[in-house]
Write a protein that binds this ligand. Structure first.
Ligand code: GDP
Length: 471
């Protein structure tokens, strides 16, 4: 790790400044060699230096600010120098070329953060959270990522690991020295510890789906027969000042998804390209396809035209709503109503379908709505917040337990849970205690892999290869 690395840390394009990052033992010396003003080699850590980059008066590259952060109190825990030059890319590129000429190596994606991890400044969950912060698309995703960055998952996992370690140590000691160390109480103590650890792990695993939904957005499908106002509803939420509209290629299929922020929640509207073009998902893609789309979704928004009597087609659509958490919008509430919430409740009760009995209940909700006047939009926002955010906060808005958003972490926790189950079986079968050590060790290692405290090098490489340049 003795190489000095550099990269442009800011995104390309026209911006007012670009930032280059240099890290490693030669960082200060190399930048000093191309900085025409102060003597950086003598400068204190955490100082900012104004001047020019260039090798001579005739070859000035750009006017810059240089920030100096000496090891170990820097991002990578090595000597780090940041060069803030003018944006637009060309100046940064020229400076990078100069640095490379001086023997610095171009950093790989994620290499700065990888060094921070390998140098022990952060653990793996914090390292992963760096990209999570960068990718966060709403306040909740951001605050969850920031908590990861502060080490809430690391602290939770390390505390569990400590318990396993002390049990392992006790067991080893007792097996080595049976005359002086008793094992009579050990199974009971270990049993209690495993119970506690298992409960915490299960909570983390269960929270994953919710964490994923908050971070990635809630996969939402809008259903309803033609002319009920689906497109108008879509425009109504996409026209929100707060709405972020992006087209991202679907990850699993080649479909387009559209994002809308409703309240604090990001909705990922599935197949809306199709919905918007044809304005009728049920008729054009067929009931079966609508069902498939529902199968893949987290949430259904069903639109009815409340100014008309219910049709058979409406009833068919209403029947699909019990497949996922859903809200039925009785749209066109600005016109005189032909159907009311009571009518829909009656329909469901006649068909034996359960509807939500509280705002947190993830079954079927109903709201009067008008895509025309936007009546009902704030009720829809609070409903979404209650359905999808309430797990994250207790009443006074304090964050509850840590929430994981990483699939890698979740899978390792499932492994850890498997080790706990095996330990319990071994204990219940009354097997000799030395057999417990194997599963205790594998539990300890799975937990260690979450934080990177026990991690193979190639896995570390794989994790950091997903990072962006300069991070
Ligand atoms: P879709 O086929 O379900 O996408 O329905 P559209 O969004 O195309 O709407 C059908 C018609 O209903 C259009 O003429 C809209 O202007 C009208 N419409 C939609 N929502 C409302 C509403 O809330 N109030 C009123 N009065 N008209 C609406």
């Amino acid at each position: 790790m003795s190489e000095t690395i550099a990269a442009i840390a800011t995104a390309s394009g026209n911006g007012s400044i670009s930032i280059l990052r240099v890290s490693g033992p030669e960082a200060v010396c190399v930048v000093d060699g191309i900085f025409m003003n102060d003597d950086l080699s003598k400068a204190d850590s955490y100082t900012i230096h104004y001047g020019w980059i260039g090798e001579s008066d005739d070859e000035r590259v750009d006017e810059v600010l240089v920030l100096l952060m000496r090891a170990p109190r820097s991002y990578t825990a090595e000597d780090v120098v940041e060069i803030h030059c003018h944006g637009g890319g060309q100046a940064a590129k020229k400076i990078l070329e100069l640095l490379i000429e001086k023997g610095v190596r171009l950093a790989e994606p994620g290499e700065f953060t990888k060094r921070a991890f390998l140098n022990g400044r952060i653990d793996l969950t914090q390292a992963e959270s760096v990209m999570e912060v960068i990718r966060a698309k709403n306040d909740l995703a951001l605050s969850t990522a920031e908590e990861h960055l502060r080490g809430n998952i690391r602290d939770e996992i390390r505390a569990l690991r400590e318990v396993v370690l002390s049990d392992m140590a006790y067991l080893e000691a007792a097996l080595d020295d049976p005359e002086h160390i008793e094992l009579d109480e050990f199974p009971a103590t270990l049993g209690t510890h495993l119970c506690d650890i298992s409960e915490k792990i299960e909570k983390l695993i269960a929270g994953y789906e919710n964490g994923r939904r908050i971070a990635d957005g809630i996969k939402t499908v809008i259903i309803g027969r033609p002319n009920v106002g689906k497109s108008s509803f879509l425009n109504c939420i996409l026209r929100e000042d707060r709405a972020i509209v992006t087209n991202i290629p679907g990850t699993t299929r080649d479909t387009l998804e559209e994002d809308a922020m409703v309240g604090g929640i990001r909705l990922r509207l599935i197949d809306t390209a199709g919905i918007r073009q044809t304005s009728d998902v049920v008729e054009t893609i067929g009931v079966k396809k609508a069902k498939d789309a529902i199968g893949d979704s987290d949430f259904i928004i069903c639109v009815l035209d409340s100014s008309e009597e219910l049709t058979d087609e409406d009833r068919e659509v209403l029947n699909m709503c019990n497949l996922k958490p859903s809200v039925i919008l009785l749209n066109k509430s600005d016109l005189s109503p032909m159907i009311t919430i009571k009518d829909i409740e009656k329909f469901y009760s006649e068909n034996g379908i359960k509807i939500a009995d509280s705002i947190h209940d993830r079954s079927i909700h109903m709201l009067e709505f008008s895509a025309e006047t936007r009546a009902g939009l704030s009720e829809l926002e609070s409903l979404l917040e209650q359905l999808f955010l309430s797990d994250f906060y207790s009443g006074n808005n304090d964050r509850k337990d840590p929430v994981i958003t990483s699939l890698r972490q979740k899978e390792l926790l499932i492994d850890a849970k498997g080790s706990i189950d095996r330990l319990r079986e071994t204990m219940e079968a009354g097997m000799p205690e030395d057999l417990l050590t194997v599963d205790l060790l594998s539990l300890y290692e799975s937990l260690g892999s979450v934080t990177g405290d026990a991690m193979e090098d190639d896995l570390v490489d794989k994790i950091f290869s997903d990072f962006c340049m300069g991070k």
